[in-house]
Design a protein around this ligand. Structure first.
Ligand SMILES: Cc1cc2nc3c(=O)[nH]c(=O)nc-3n(C[C@H](O)[C@H](O)[C@H](O)COP(=O)(O)OP(=O)(O)OC[C@H]3O[C@@H](n4cnc5c(N)ncnc54)[C@H](O)[C@@H]3O)c2cc1C
Ligand SMILES: NC(=O)c1ccc[n+]([C@@H]2O[C@H](COP(=O)([O-])OP(=O)(O)OC[C@H]3O[C@@H](n4cnc5c(N)ncnc54)[C@H](OP(=O)(O)O)[C@@H]3O)[C@@H](O)[C@H]2O)c1
Length: 519
């Protein structure tokens, strides 16, 4: 496919990218690589790029996807030290990639986009931004918005913990100014973040109380160190790197079968993984029946994300570590009491209690056509087209948006596919001189029907721990298949001045919304 670089009159669209994490960096690079477009700006509220990997600096933070997969397909890193790398290496990779592709100059750091509003008269998005360092604010007009603001940014802090009077922080806001040495520490949550924290800090603290009311399935991590020979081969024998990455891509993608309920192959797959988790518990806690019982999940395998860890169970055996499976009932001052009556006085409480994605879209943040507050209208049930396009939001592309969470693969794969979809759409706009593209409601309905049908095939319908339409229950390969073609007929389009959109696509002209002006 040949890519146009400009509209017919030689101008190029102004593009605003929100966020400089994996999604935003990918979008910026692909605009340059695929369309040679440089008329974009990236708004990033933090002081540097990296997103999740800039924000999460808790002890033990690391990626659980093979590093060669959890990096862009177009920007190989031959020097990863391990199969699963620590946060510092992912962050270093993202910074280096942003430098290599010269996108730092385009990033406005410490600049938060506080609202986005579609201006029908100008056929542009008006982004209101605020600089956190100076308080300076202003508006920025963009023809196209690529929203890569992430889903795991806002800490979920359950209300009951407000009563705790010692030092307390969330895993994603680690307080490095407090030394844990010799302190009585509590960690709430034993999912991915909690398990990594507990396994790393136990030796430093006087006592560690772990509040894990719902254990997760844990499999061995079996990390591999890539020594200089590996790194040499990756760098100099090109096909080895490509083969290795491709192997992980398809191997990891095949694990989607774990979540499907009917096929005998899936049941077999699940039985094997179930056995591995059982054996892992048994081998790591052979003489601790009580502890083994406490870390055994009471729900079906794979109805939550499986966590990889070689260190968690051995850590729980340490004399200064106690796992509380019964729920917390009272928090008073620095004391936490659980249902069984156990009371612990703590100096520090760490909340590894997850994230609240809906806070990414506060009321008034995202106002689309006709003054529609898009995310507020969604309520608990977002409606998108493959997590990427949204009715009433012309020329707007969500990257890793709602509806397409994936639990089995590296998110980089999904993010790259969504970015390429946006690139295809922008390219189409340039080639056909299109001013606006807005996904049709029918296309969204059809996609949501697919999600509803899909979930019936998964084990999530037996024990629903997740929002029905939150996830894409297919393989990433199938997602690629669905997203590889733009399908322009699924969009309402309007041509740029003097261009009749109807003649371009043979589609009906969209109904016009009332003229919407921005103050
Ligand atoms: C601890 C942890 C470990 C993880 N490990 C894995 C893993 O191993 N494998 C995996 O696939 N996924 C993992 N994830 C999920 C991870 O979030 C994604 O893989 C990926 O980093 C998402 O990238 P993103 O760019 O879409 O979002 P983010 O990384 O969240 O980046 C979004 C960026 O947008 C900025 N931003 C947000 N709102 C605004 C605004 N209004 N104005 C300006 N800037 C804004 C943020 O500051 C941030 O820099 C992990 C998540 C966590 C929390
Ligand atoms: N790749 C990695 O290695 C890695 C590392 C960290 C995070 N992540 C990703 O980041 C996301 C978030 O992970 P996370 O571990 O931070 O959060 P999470 O998966 O949402 O888990 C939150 C934990 O906190 C517990 N919790 C929540 N509210 C509680 C309360 N009021 N009282 C007691 N316990 C409470 C939960 O228990 P209940 O289940 O009982 O509610 C759960 O154990 C996930 O998508 C994960 O995959 C990945």
């Amino acid at each position: 496919m040949g890519f146009a670089k400009s509209f017919k009159d030689g101008t190029t669209p102004s593009i605003a990218i929100i966020g400089a994490g994996l999604s935003g960096i990918c979008a910026a690079i692909q605009l340059q690589r695929q369309l040679q477009l440089t008329t974009y700006k990236v708004f990033e509220l933090e002081a540097d790029v990296g997103g999740t990997w800039f924000r999460n600096t808790y002890p033990g933070c690391q990626s659980d996807a093979p590093a060669h997969l959890y990096s862009y397909s177009f920007a190989p890193n031959y020097d990863f030290s391990k199969k699963f790398v620590p946060q510092s290496e992912v962050l270093a990779y993202l910074r280096a990639t942003a430098k290599t592709y010269n996108i730092y100059d385009k990033i406005l750091l410490q600049t938060r986009v506080s609202s986005m509003q579609w201006n029908e008269g100008r056929k542009k998005w008006i982004l209101h931004w605020v600089k956190s360092a100076t308080g300076e604010e202003g508006d920025h007009e963009a023809d196209v918005v690529i929203h890569g603001a992430g889903m795991l940014r806002y800490p979920k802090v359950p209300k009951e913990f407000d009563a705790f009077k010692g030092d307390m922080w969330h895993s994603a806001r680690w307080n490095h100014s407090v030394d844990l040495t010799g302190k009585r520490v509590g960690v709430v949550g034993t999912s991915a973040s909690g398990i990594q924290i507990v396994s790393t800090i136990a030796d430093r603290v006087e006592s560690l109380e772990v509040y894990g009311r719902s254990p997760v399935y844990v499999t061995p991590q079996l990390n591999i160190t890539y020594n200089r020979v590996w790194q040499f081969l990756f760098r100099h024998v090109y096909f080895i790197y490509t083969l290795y990455r491709t192997f992980w891509y398809y191997y990891v993608d095949s694990t989607i079968l774990l979540y499907h309920k009917l096929a005998w192959f899936s049941a077999f797959h699940r039985a094997v993984v179930y056995f591995v988790t059982w054996l892992h518990r048994f081998l790591q806690l052979p003489f601790d029946n009580d502890l083994r019982r406490k870390v055994t999940p009471d729900y079906e395998l794979a109805t939550r994300r499986i966590v990889l860890s070689d260190k968690f169970f051995p850590t729980l055996k340490k004399p200064n570590v106690t796992l509380h499976r019964d729920p917390i009932v009272t928090i008073s001052g620095g004391t936490i009491e659980t249902k069984s009556g156990s009371k612990c006085e703590l100096d520090i409480l760490v909340l590894a209690t997850g994230f609240d994605w809906i806070s990414n879209f506060p009321v008034g943040y995202w106002i689309g056509r006709g003054g529609t507050d898009i995310a507020t209208n969604w309520g608990e049930s977002p409606t998108t087209y493959y997590g990427t396009c949204v009715p009433k939001a012309p020329n707007f592309f969500l990257i890793w948006g709602p509806n397409v969470g994936i639990v089995h693969h590296a998110l980089t794969s999904l993010i790259e596919l969504q970015v390429m979809y946006a690139i295809r759409a922008i390219s189409h706009m340039l080639e056909k001189d299109i001013a606006t593209m807005e996904i049709k409601q029918e296309a969204v309905e059809k996609f949501l029907e697919t999600l509803d049908r899909r979930i019936q095939r998964t084990i999530f319908t037996t024990k629903v721990r997740s929002k029905c339409r939150g996830f894409w229950w297919g393989s990433v390969t199938e997602f690629w298949w669905k997203m590889k073609d733009l399908h322009p007929e699924r969009f309402h389009v309007e041509g740029r001045e003097g261009v009749n959109a109807k003649s371009l696509l043979n589609g009906p002209r969209p109904e016009r919304e009332p003229f919407e002006e921005v103050d």
